[in-house]
Ligand binder design. Structure first.
Ligand SMILES: [Cu+2]
Length: 131
């Protein structure tokens, strides 16, 4: 009787441990939800991004060769997020707190590009699909 109860507890601990590990792996390595840019008037691909301790959404899909407009709304004053950098496209822009800053460019190359804060801590990914 005692032995089987102990086993059940051990199994429960093991299951919880495995679930926690799976959750941690998913958090760091799992595929983020993709946000596909919507084409507005004039064929501009637009996405609104909230900046608060990170970028949300942080995985954005656009098409190559068409203008892109990313509206960054910085919903905090934490200095970490005061700048956003798209290194592959030569863009670095300040983001004033509680304001929307539009970043406009036309991705001329396809691939996966990381965008970050000025300190390279907050990260997001821009996927440019080939035209
Ligand atoms: Cu930072």
């Amino acid at each position: 009787m005692m032995l089987s109860q102990l086993d059940a507890t051990q199994v429960a601990v093991l299951v919880v441990g495995i679930l926690l590990i799976a959750l941690i792996l998913w958090y760091f390595f799992g595929e983020r939800e993709r946000t596909i840019a919507e084409e507005g008037t004039g064929g501009v691909q637009q996405v609104k991004i909230r900046v608060k301790g990170g970028y949300s959404p942080d995985l954005i899909v656009v098409k190559q060769g068409r203008p892109v407009r990313l509206d960054f709304y910085r919903d905090e004053t934490a200095s970490c997020s005061e700048e956003v950098v798209f290194g592959d496209f030569g863009i670095a822009r300040p983001l004033p707190a509680y304001e929307t800053t539009a970043i406009e460019f036309t991705p001329d190359k396809a691939g996966e590009f990381t965008f970050t804060c000025g300190m390279n801590m907050l990260r997001g990914k821009l996927i440019v699909e080939p035209a």
